[in-house]
Design a protein around this ligand. Structure first.
Ligand code: ACO
Length: 428
């Protein structure tokens, strides 16, 4: 019997089956051999929310949740945050290697070429109400891009896929900035291709009357935050992009599904929820009572806990450092005091310690975005800008993976057995 195998005895039938173990996994389809009657399809594995199921083989991001490690293509996140630009990180995620200086220049030029959107996109955005949530606007407008680029349907052509990836990277910041201006009732500011990726985005959001004085510390802080968010292996939104993309729809539609998934408060919406929570707490004196309420089941401590990080979120450590740099520029935010007090108490409290609940990337990022001048409902849009390279790298990897098919989980049916429809007049 090979060492790398698992022997399962099915006590229903006494049958013994040996299945191979590869990379620490067994194939769920191997369980099909364990059947009781002919045609029952064999044994299924049941794994709600994919707690213990790998859905793909991926060479993009490595996470060790217990050790608090995050690497993109093998490079520690700490080194990328220190040394790389966002577009350089995007290149790494998409191409698999860090660019040379010449490759990076060419890549930046290529992205710059595509920053403008069709003017009808602005008309489309104008249709939204003045108070439309910018994530709703972003997911609608990115989905709508598929109608402007019908060639994007040709996903079988690697050259075409590359073009759409560049279009997405170039145009999503423009759309995000247009949504920002819309919600403030400000005239749209179009891309300035003499600026770098982050500088252009910041300018499109904050320029007034043709003027904007960039703050290099804040811009670099934003860039690092986007790098920290650039990929996180098979999280909810990335799984949405892969799942929707597995139907072979165009990448604009698949990415808009990712944006929709990110919108939720348990995922990217958490940074927004943290700020609302801090508002609700109001002052540091109310922190102990709030913690007790959470422990009693009256809500969650937003920005705490993570499905995979059970020691600490390495991104949270870096975000805290950025917070110090940003607040040095912008002055202290009273909400920061509440956040620090929440963290201090929670990290000592048995409830949080025993459940391995630590601050995640979202605990401080919202405070930083707010200090930069972005409104609360815009935070998740910034997260989406960061996560975009990851989504499209994972989408491309999925399409190149010969083992992948249209995503279609199985179910355990627990509903009614067959029954006859009773005429409506006879129904009690
Ligand atoms: N506050 C209080 N209790 C919590 C929290 C929290 N933030 N998170 C988990 N718990 C408790 C649960 O109630 C549960 O307790 P129990 O065992 O007594 O029932 C236990 O910890 C395990 O929680 P699960 O929900 O099983 O953990 P899961 O891995 O499914 O959830 C999640 C992870 C969704 C991130 C969760 O911790 C959470 O809701 N956190 C707050 C929202 C948040 O910050 N999300 C951002 C995630 S990071 C990101 O998307 C970038």
């Amino acid at each position: 019997m090979p060492d790398n195998s698992l022997t399962i005895v099915d006590n229903r039938t006494g049958r013994e089956v040996t299945v191979p173990i590869v990379d620490g996994t067994i194939r769920a389809t191997d369980l099909r051999e364990l059947s009781v009657t002919d045609g029952d399809g064999g044994l299924l594995s049941y794994d709600p929310a994919f707690l213990n199921t790998a859905n793909c083989r991926s060479a993009i991001t490595y996470i060790d949740g217990d050790a608090g490690i995050l690497r993109y293509r093998g490079y520690p996140i700490e080194q990328l945050a220190e040394q790389a630009t966002f577009l350089e990180t995007a290149y790494l995620l998409l191409e698999g290697e860090l660019p040379t200086a010449a490759q990076l220049r060419a890549w930046e030029d290529e992205v710059r070429l595509h920053t403008y959107v069709h003017t009808n996109v602005t008309k489309f955005l104008e249709g939204f109400r003045y108070d439309a949530h910018p994530m709703g606007m972003l997911l609608g407008a990115v989905g709508a891009l598929s109608t402007f680029y019908p060639d994007a349907k040709n996903i079988a052509d690697p050259g075409n896929r590359r073009l759409q990836r560049v279009r997405l990277l170039a145009k999503v910041p423009t759309i995000a900035a247009l949504a920002f201006r819309h919600s403030r009732g400000l005239p749209y500011v179009y891309p300035r291709n003499d600026l770098d990726y982050i500088g252009n985005f910041v300018n499109m959001t904050f320029e007034i009357g043709g003027r904007h004085e960039p703050n290099p510390v804040l811009q670099r802080a934003l860039e690092i935050l986007l790098i920290l968010h650039a990929d996180h292996e098979q999280n909810c939104s990335t799984s949405a992009v892969r799942g929707v993309g597995s139907s072979h729809v165009d990448p604009f539609s698949a990415v808009s599904a990712g944006i929709a998934a990110l919108y939720g408060p348990l995922h990217g919406g958490a940074n927004e929820a943290v700020l609302r929570m801090l508002d609700e707490i109001g002052e540091t004196g109310n922190v102990p009572a709030f913690i007790e309420e959470v422990k009693g089941g009256g809500g969650r401590l937003m920005g705490f806990g993570h499905r995979v990080y059970k020691s600490y979120d390495p991104r949270a450590t870096l975000v805290k450092r950025i917070a110090d740099e940003v607040f040095e520029q912008t002055g202290l935010n009273p909400k920061l005091e509440i956040a620090l007090e929440l963290e201090r108490i929670a990290l000592e409290d048995e409830y949080f310690v025993s459940r391995k609940l630590y601050p995640n990337v979202d605990f401080y990022s919202g405070l930083i975005y707010q200090a930069m001048g972005y409104p609360t409902d815009y935070f998740t849009v910034l997260f989406a800008l960061g996560r975009l390279p990851g989504w499209i790298a994972q989408w491309d990897e999925m399409l190149n993976d010969a083992e992948q098919k249209i995503a279609r989980p199985r179910q355990v049916y627990v509903g009614a057995a067959e029954r006859d429809v009773v005429p409506i007049a006879d129904r009690g």
